[in-house]
Design a protein around this ligand. Sequence first.
Ligand code: ADP
Ligand code: MG
Length: 329
Amino acid sequence: MQVKEIGEFNLIKRMANILGIPRRSVIAGIGDDVAVLYSPERKLLLVTTDMLVENVHFSISTATPYQIGWKSLAVNISDIASMGGEPTYAFVSIGLPRNTNVEFVDEFYTGMRDVATKYDVDIVGGDTVSSPEIIINISLLGEVEKENYILRSGAKYGDAICITGDVGGSSAGLEILQQKFSIEGTKKHLMPEPRVQEGRLLARSGFVTSMIDVSDGVSSEIYHICEQSKTGAYIYMKDIPLSPNVLSVAQHTNKNPYDFALYGGEDYELLFTCRPDKFQFLKDQVLRMCNMPITQIGKILDVSSLITIEDESGKTIPLESKGYDHFAL
Ligand code: ADP
Ligand code: MG
């Protein structure tokens, strides 16, 4: 069955049915002209939005509608996590070709519902239009205590540069899908897990000076932190924690495994800086409370030291700033 056969209003009803009743109490959710929500008291309101276009951000040849739904919302949740916040309400605007199968929309909403449930998000509104290609825009609200938000701009000379989990796995996973390698490890690409609990813990510790989520690649995120904080950085390539699938994909494609981590992106780990004497404490806490390893991969230097990386042979070279850029040729 195609969406043109059931029409916009029936389609919205199906979406609302899949999403179910919001967990938070709302005055009005899906079904009225606007969502009417309680505003967080004595907290800061966080707002983020992301747009996804078919064949730019996702392809129905490599991801199921369920996975596309999961990832679309997960990447927004990751942005809230990178501020040290908690996600709350989401709005989903979707453009669909008239001949889109209703099953696609059902599965897409089921994927979004499941990631929303896991990370305590309520989807309370949106818009539905027809469009020549599938296009999805998600806006997500979140909240954070006034004293706990973390920006990109707080890194200081001498801070440790750290990362949660492992990196490179998403872009290695994309290679596996595109080149049809029979290698395990596409989950990080298809269904990323935003580090909300980790971000909350790090932000509330009081020892984290800057934070960002890894959407465009470790290199690009380090450049963002350094630019905003007006610092330089020194990275140890061998200390970057590579995802389990990276080595075999690098072998199959004849690439340097660290390129997946540095320039690949979409890992949705948290990259952050902290005072060096607090690293071990944070590492122990995040491991104990979230079962998540964190690794130090470098240190913040002053701005005149530029941004450099020590490669595997011990040679210091400038870190290339390339990462995913929509307008780059
Ligand atoms: P309006 O004509 O006021 O724009 P709509 O008919 O577009 O209202 O939407 C009706 C209700 O359904 C609104 O509450 C809106 O937020 C919600 N809604 C519409 N599209 C979506 C969607 N894709 N996902 C979630 N909620 C939606
Ligand atoms: Mg509308």
